[in-house]
Design a protein around this ligand. Structure first.
Ligand SMILES: [Zn+2]
Ligand SMILES: [Zn+2]
Length: 199
């Protein structure tokens, strides 16, 4: 298994057996014998914590500071972010948006065109709405604001207290996943065994 070090983060590759190891733990907690369980569940005891993806807005001091910052600062009219937001609104507000497939195709074309104009690679996905080509993001980044340690937006999806192992994923097990240290499958199996016995 290859794990790449990204500052203090280590990639946990998907489809290498980690999912199969974690699934029985979720099934034990939720009592679900069949069906998909790969979004995880919310559970905590003294041995481990499991947490589903958090969909809300940041509820910690970071969110409050960002809100204050947004009151005083704006993206430029010419910033990619502003243009993207306008495009998004135009399509969303269209009365036939949800039914009309043709509008969706049109939207993709409009998105691609906008990206071409700004020379931004287009792969679809939500990363794009965070791209800023004005000073807004630079100014915000210079403030070095960090999330509180217990903010659900940055909390790991899996935490094993005895070993200190933390793993994050994106909505489903091991999608875009990383951990706070190198972890081999064998050790992970041992850790999950310990979690199973703790319930
Ligand atoms: Zn901007
Ligand atoms: Zn936060």
């Amino acid at each position: 298994m290859v794990q790449v070090k990204l500052s203090e983060k280590f990639c946990v590759p998907r489809y290498e057996g980690f999912e199969e190891i974690l699934e029985p733990l979720v099934r034990r907690i939720t009592g679900s014998q069949q069906g998909r369980v790969r979004t995880g569940c919310d559970f905590r005891n003294e041995v481990f914590i499991m947490k589903m993806h958090f969909y809300g807005k940041c509820p910690c001091s970071y969110g409050k500071k960002l809100h204050e910052f947004e009151k005083e600062n704006e993206h430029d009219v010419e910033c990619f972010h502003t243009q993207w937001f306008e495009l998004d609104q135009a399509f969303r507000n269209h009365p036939k948006y949800s039914q009309a497939l043709i509008l969706k195709t049109e939207r993709i074309n409009a998105e691609m065109q906008l990206c071409r104009k700004y020379r931004i690679p287009y792969h679809g996905g939500s990363y794009i709405e965070n791209i800023c080509t004005c000073d807004f993001k630079k100014k915000w980044d210079m403030l070095n604001v960090e999330h509180d340690e217990d903010c659900p937006l940055i909390a790991p999806n899996f935490y094993h207290a005895p070993s200190g192992l933390k793993i994050w994923w994106n909505k489903k097990f091991f999608r875009d996943s990383y951990s706070n240290r190198r972890i081999e499958k064998k050790e992970f199996q041992k850790i999950i065994g310990e979690c199973l016995r703790s319930i």
